[in-house]
Ligand binder design. Structure first.
Ligand code: NDP
Length: 444
């Protein structure tokens, strides 16, 4: 089938999965030329096989809350593609989780993991469990109930989950503990583990730092220095805080951060002390970003997103479709010349179109946020060797991987007029490796 036929067919078969169809459409429209150069791909119906996950597990998760009531949530694991390595991708706990969102994330993950040059296939999982306001014991009981079902589908050579929205070091620790008990083995089946039991140095920082490293590579193509530049960040979780941390180290000015309730605006730039406060607020007290505004007396946009403020660079780091066409226009009108995505698919198709049309530096999440899964891959390598590498070593490897991803994007995305279309570059580079591996392994 031709790629356009595959897309129409998927739209007919999965009409209620808008995020999944959005991610597939973005990839298929950019890889068409590369695909057409290989008639054998069509004979093997490769595109359709690449778009539909290998398998999906769906299960009920029953757990007991602090009041003794039995609660039921849905649990999922999407094993998308393992042509180049074991399934690999995070677990998301958020009330909005459904199959459309997990299928889009697993699809994206397959291309992203291919770009990292490490041997990892793509997968994603999660639950509609809402961790907000839950006690530590409730989180533990939920994680254990989730893994009581998931454990039989995962393993160090089969499928290696990690964190994502709502799943950080605490949740990975509880899930790994339960996995270890059920499987009776101590292997690297989860990544993002604590340092005491197989975790890698720099894994918590990796997605945010990696995004900044990718940004530096993009800025270098235009001879722009990050120092003194004004950056708007969304989110205040793992990715957002470590993005801000690296930007502060490099002398940039971070003027916004947010959560699902609102945005703080600090025109003179968030200080190191203020960032430490946000880190504690979010990770220890599990509070709201509004409390930062109350503490420091800065502007707070209730229910608002960061994209209306004046900035040079935008780094969306919260969730999918959080930056739409109107936001993109406002950013461009305000002089924004670079967007590097920490979140997965944070910009809507209209926004992406506007950025590319305006010829600004625009890096899609599957390239710019690949640092997290890259260091997860390095964690798997350390676990296999039963060794742990120094922070300097891991950070150096992370920088090398991000530079390599940038190079691949340039190779496949440079247009005749010299503009680099990073969306096309990332999609084609990610696709070719998976496609070649699938062709070599036959129809499975
Ligand atoms: P966290 O749970 O640590 O933080 C998520 C942040 O985004 C919070 O500030 C949260 O606010 C906000 N947020 C979540 N959902 C929404 C929403 N619907 N609307 C507005 N704000 C929202 O997650 P991460 O930092 O790990 O993940 C952020 C993004 O980065 C996700 O897209 C994830 O897929 C992607 N990513 C993460 C990687 C990782 O290593 N962790 C790797 C690669 C990509 P609130 O507290 O109010 O919910």
């Amino acid at each position: 089938m031709k790629s356009s036929e595959v897309l129409n067919d998927l739209k007919r078969r999965f009409p209620n999965e808008p995020e999944y169809l959005q991610a597939v459409e973005e990839v298929l429209t950019t890889i068409e030329d590369a695909y057409n150069e290989h008639p054998e791909f069509e004979r093997y119906n490769l595109i359709e096989r690449l778009c539909i996950p290998d398998r999906i597990f769906t299960f009920r998760v029953s757990w007991i809350d602090d009041k003794g009531r039995v609660q039921n949530n849905m649990g999922y694991r999407v094993q998308h593609n393992n042509a180049i390595g074991p399934y690999k991708g995070g677990i998301r706990f958020h009330s909005s989780v459904n199959l459309s969102i997990l299928k889009f994330l697993a699809f994206e993950q397959t291309f992203k993991n291919s770009l990292t040059t490490l041997a990892m296939g793509g997968g994603k999982g999660g639950s509609d469990f809402n961790p907000k306001g839950k006690s530590d014991m409730e989180i533990m009981r939920f994680c254990q109930a989730f893994v009581a079902e998931l454990w039989r589908h995962i393993g160090p050579h089969t499928d290696v989950p990690a964190g994502d929205i709502g799943v950080g070091g605490r949740e990975v620790g509880y899930m790994f503990g339960m996995y270890k008990k059920m499987a009776r083995e101590h292997t690297g089946t989860f990544t993002g583990k604590g340092l005491e039991f197989g975790g890698s140095l720099v894994r918590p920082e990796a997605t945010g730092y990696g995004n900044v490293y990718f940004l530096l590579n993009m800025l270098a193509t235009r001879g722009i220095d990050i120092k003194g530049k004004t950056v708007a960040i969304s989110g205040s979780g793992n990715v957002a805080t470590y993005t801000a941390d690296k930007l502060l180290q490099l002398g940039a000015k971070v003027v916004t951060m947010s959560d699902s309730n609102g945005t703080i605006y600090v025109p003179e730039g968030i200080t190191r002390e203020q960032l430490d406060y946000i880190f504690k607020l979010k990770n220890i007290y599990r509070g709201r970003i509004r409390e930062f505004a109350e503490e420091y007396g800065c502007e707070y946009f209730e229910g608002g997103r960061p994209w209306g403020v004046k900035c040079d660079i935008a780094m969306p780091s919260a969730t999918q479709n959080e930056l739409d066409g109107d936001d993109a226009r406002t950013l461009l009108d305000n002089g924004c010349f670079a967007v590097s995505e920490g979140a997965n698919m944070p910009s809507t198709p209209e926004a992406v179109h506007r950025f590319i049309e305006a010829r600004i530096l625009y890096a899609p999440g599957k390239a710019a946020n690949a640092g997290g899964v890259s260091v997860s891959g390095l964690e798997m390598a350390q676990n296999s060797q039963k060794l742990s590498w120094s922070a300097e070593e891991v950070d150096m490897k992370l920088k090398g991987i991000m530079a390599n991803i940038h190079e691949q994007c340039m190779r496949y995305g440079k247009q005749a007029d010299g503009y680099v279309n990073y969306v096309k570059g990332a999609n084609v580079a990610g696709f070719m490796k998976v496609a070649n591996a699938m062709m070599a392994q036959g129809v499975l």
